[in-house]
Design a protein around this ligand. Structure first.
Ligand SMILES: Cc1cc2nc3c(=O)[nH]c(=O)nc-3n(C[C@H](O)[C@H](O)[C@H](O)COP(=O)(O)OP(=O)(O)OC[C@H]3O[C@@H](n4cnc5c(N)ncnc54)[C@H](O)[C@@H]3O)c2cc1C
Length: 243
């Protein structure tokens, strides 16, 4: 399921000034009748966050006899021969380091990939675009979205004379239909805030979330707050031998 992206202003998620299809969906204005995902993949697109996908994958893997290791950090690797890879990993529970021999190594370790560092793959980096603040909440917004769904909402509040420096605008991303949401708060364009300037109390984060929802009858539970750097980084290539 890939629902449209909505632009909401003034104020709240329940309003909608404009809508665009997300990149994966067919765009009626485009020359092609298919969206990017549809063209690129033989599979149907499923909008599934890590919290829901990971249990499916781990269950399947365990039932097929795989050994999964959580709390384990990949440290480094060596390749004594073409088809032999020795990975050194750190077990954060036992605090022990040990080695795993394998024929292949898949590095699914994200934007700061240690596997990429080990291979020395050059990265193409665009200038950083500052800090953003993720506020994960449980809030049942099905009523607000009954007639105009959208899994990503750009919400602006031009009527706010003194918005908190960390919360000028928000991208509100559906995590679970329609009761779990990530509020990605963004400072005003050009405001290069430090991590300290993004700090606020849980009550202040929640108050801003409620303002962006714009309906006080919807109860909001704060689940998690974190900060992240907006970066655009692309590896020059994606494999090296069996890695
Ligand atoms: C706020 C936010 C909103 C987003 N919204 C969207 C969206 O709406 N649609 C979309 O398509 N994309 C979105 N993205 C982008 C998307 O989340 C990422 O592109 C995607 O998660 C990258 O997946 P990944 O598996 O490469 O890395 P990650 O999801 O970062 O996973 C990497 C994993 O590797 C682990 N790891 C790292 N280093 C090591 C190590 N040394 N040893 C062991 N484990 C390690 C990490 O703990 C992590 O679990 C969003 C990203 C952010 C931050």
């Amino acid at each position: 399921m890939l629902e449209p992206c909505k632009f909401c202003s003034p104020s709240t998620i329940s309003s909608a000034e404009g809508r665009i299809e997300m990149s994966g969906r067919s765009d009626p204005c485009a020359n092609t009748s298919q969206g990017d995902y549809e063209v690129a993949s033989p599979c149907n697109h499923v909008d599934l966050p890590q919290t829901l996908l990971e249990p499916v994958l781990t269950k399947r893997a365990i039932h097929n006899g795989w050994k999964l290791r959580f709390d384990t950090k990949f440290l480094r690797m060596t390749r004594p021969s073409r088809d032999v890879i020795i990975s050194e990993v750190f077990d954060d529970v036992s605090k022990k380091t040990y080695k795993i021999q394998s024929r292949y190594l898949f590095g699914c370790d994200g934007a700061r990939s240690q596997v990429v560092r080990e291979l020395g793959i050059p990265l193409i980096k665009k200038p950083g675009q500052g800090l953003a603040l993720n506020v994960l909440v449980r809030a049942d917004m099905s009523r607000l979205l009954a007639h105009r769904t959208g899994n990503l909402h750009w919400v602006f509040r031009p009527e706010d004379m003194h918005p908190p420096p960390w919360g000028w605008a928000a991208v509100v991303r559906m995590v679970r239909v329609w009761d779990e949401w990530m509020f990605i708060f963004l400072p005003a364009p050009g405001a290069d805030l430090t991590a300290d300037a993004m700090e606020a109390s849980d009550e202040e984060y929640l108050a801003r979330v409620r303002e962006f929802i714009g309906d006080d009858s919807i109860s909001v539970e704060l689940l998690h707050v974190s900060k992240w750097w907006i970066n655009e980084v692309v590896a020059e290539y994606y494999s090296d031998g069996n890695v």
